[in-house]
Write a protein that binds this ligand. Sequence first.
Ligand code: THU
Length: 133
Amino acid sequence: MNKNMLCQRAIDALKNSYSPYSNCKVGAALLTESGKIYTGCNIENASFSPTICAERVAFSKAVSEGEHSFTAIAIAGEKSGVLTPFSPCGVCRQVMAEFCNADFKVLVVKTKDEFNEYTLSQLLPNSFNLKEI
Ligand code: THU
């Protein structure tokens, strides 16, 4: 799977965002080791705290289908109709750390053809993990 194609899937996924409160649409495309892609979008709520980010929707879909091995996630955000880099929130980084290795790739979409690439260990160094204590 080409990284630009994964980013395009994240851009496609943000179209289903339910975000009447923030007006920020976010899409995520999560790639499994076997090459499957699970997408997600952010889903907001009038009571605010039940809001769930696009990344965690994608992980929830994948894990609930039995997937536990992932290589990369692309994240695309749109504010006022313009693609804008959305860096994953702390809660989503912790969820990534539960299932992914330090070299898991996080692609943050900048424009239709450009993205910033990080590893999970760059975004969440020294993370809490019960397997290591
Ligand atoms: N959001 C995501 O979906 N992913 C992130 O990594 C950052 C934030 C969503 C949550 C909320 O619906 C909106 O963006 C504004 O915070």
